[in-house]
Write a protein that binds this ligand. Structure first.
Ligand code: HSE
Length: 315
C-alpha cells in the first residue's frame, strides 16, 4: 500500500505567542509512505525539492536514515503499538522552503505520522498524533496547525498531551510572508535564547498575547497593532536575521501595517496588514533586503484553513 499526505506550511509565534501560536499557510509538502515488498530493504528516505535552487543546498543537510525526523515520528507511532517499522520507502516532495521558519520540519513529521497511521489502520487518534508530533518537534506551535489547519493556540501539558483551540482569523487582515535566501536552523535560533527572562519581559508578553487573542476575536485593529510585539525571542534572534530590525523600522509608519514579526524561529518575516497597500509592503521589504544583498521571495497569502490531507491511496 502507498499513502500520500499533503501538509501545509506553518508560521509560528506570530509575535507574542512564542511556542504557543501557529498558523497554517498554503504552501505544501507531500509525504508518501510505501510498504516495500522485498524483505530486508529497510527504510529508504528520499527528498525531492520542488522549489528554487537554493533549497537544493538545504536538502543536503537533511538526514535520510534513522536520524531523520520523519523516521523518528514513524518509529514512535509503530512503537506505541508494540511494532518496529521496517521495509518502508518514504518520499518527501518539498515545496516548503527549508530552514526558513515556515514549518518544513513540522510538515515532514506530520506527513510521516499521518501516512504511517493510515498504513497501520488508524491505531492513533488525533490526540495521540499531536502528542507524538510535539514530542519529535519539541513544541506544539507548528505541528498543531499543520494537522488541524487555521490559526491555533496550543500548549503541551505535563503529561505530553496537547491542548489546543482554533481562533478565527479576520478575513480583512492580510498575511505577507517574506522569505530571504539565507538559512537559519531552528536549533541555532533556539540556542541564543536565555534560560531565564526578566519578569517585566514575561509580563509584556502575557499582556500582548492576551491582546492578540481578543484582537482576533473582535477584529480590533488598534489592539492588534499593540499586540504584535515580543520580548521573549525576537530581541535575541535579531542578530541572526540581517535586515529584520531595518524592515521593522521601515514599516513602522506604514498606515496599513498592523505589525511585522519573525516567522517561527526565522529568518522569514511575517507582516500583518489591511487588504490595501500590499505592493508598497513588498517593495519596502525587497529594497531593504536588496541593500544588504539579500534576495527574497515576498508573497501575500491567505490563511490555509485546512490541515494535513490524505490525498492518495493506491493498493
Ligand atoms: N516556536 C518555535 C521557535 C518555532 O520560535 O523556536 C520554531 O519553528
Amino acid at each position: 500500500m502507498k499513502i500520500s499526505v499533503k501538509v501545509p506550511a506553518t508560521t509560528a509565534n506570530l509575535g507574542p505567542g512564542f511556542d504557543c501560536l501557529g498558523m497554517a499557510l498554503p504552501i505544501y509538502n507531500t509525504i508518501t509512505i510505501e510498504e516495500t515488498v522485498l524483505p530486508g530493504t529497510g527504510i529508504e528516505i528520499n527528498v525531492i525539492a520542488d522549489t528554487q535552487e537554493a533549497d537544493e543546498l538545504s536538502l543536503e543537510h537533511i538526514p535520510l536514515d534513522e536520524n531523520s525526523i520523519v523516521y523518528k515520528a514513524v518509529e514512535l507511532l509503530y512503537n506505541s503499538i508494540g511494532q518496529t517499522p521496517s521495509e518502508l520507502k518514504i518520499t518527501i516532495h518539498s515545496q516548503i522552503p527549508i530552514t526558513r521558519g515556515l514549518g518544513s520540519s513540522a510538515s515532514v513529521i506530520v506527513g510521516g505520522l499521518l501516512a504511517a497511521n493510515e498504513l497501520l489502520g488508524h491505531p492513533a487518534d488525533e490526540a495521540a498524533l499531536l502528542s507524538i508530533a510535539t514530542e519529535v518537534e519539541g513544541h506544539p506551535d507548528n505541528v498543531t496547525p499543520a494537522i488541524i489547519g487555521g490559526l491555533v493556540l496550543a500548549s503541551q501539558e505535563d503529561d505530553g498531551s496537547v491542548l489546543y483551540r482554533k481562533l478565527d482569523w479576520p478575513d480583512e487582515w492580510q498575511i505577507t510572508v517574506c522569505i530571504p535566501d539565507y538559512e537559519l536552523a531552528t536549533d541555532i535560533a533556539r540556542s541564543v535564547l536565555p534560560k531565564e527572562v526578566p519578569m517585566h519581559d514575561a509580563i509584556f508578553n502575557a499582556q500582548r498575547l492576551a491582546m492578540f487573542v481578543q484582537a482576533v476575536n473582535t477584529k480590533d485593529t488598534e489592539l492588534m497593532k499593540a499586540a504584535l510585539h515580543d520580548k521573549l525571542h525576537q530581541p535575541y534572534r535579531m542578530k541572526l536575521v540581517p535586515g529584520l530590525e531595518k524592515i521593522m523600522e521601515n514599516l513602522k509608519h506604514e498606515e496599513n501595517v498592523l505589525g511585522c514579526v519573525l516567522s517561527g524561529a526565522g529568518p522569514s518575516i511575517l507582516i500583518i496588514s489591511h487588504k490595501n497597500g500590499v505592493d508598497k509592503i513588498h517593495s519596502i521589504v525587497k529594497e531593504t533586503w536588496a541593500d544588504l544583498n539579500v534576495k527574497a521571495e515576498v508573497k501575500t497569502l491567505p490563511i490555509e484553513k485546512n490541515g494535513a490531507q490524505i490525498i492518495k491511496q493506491d493498493n
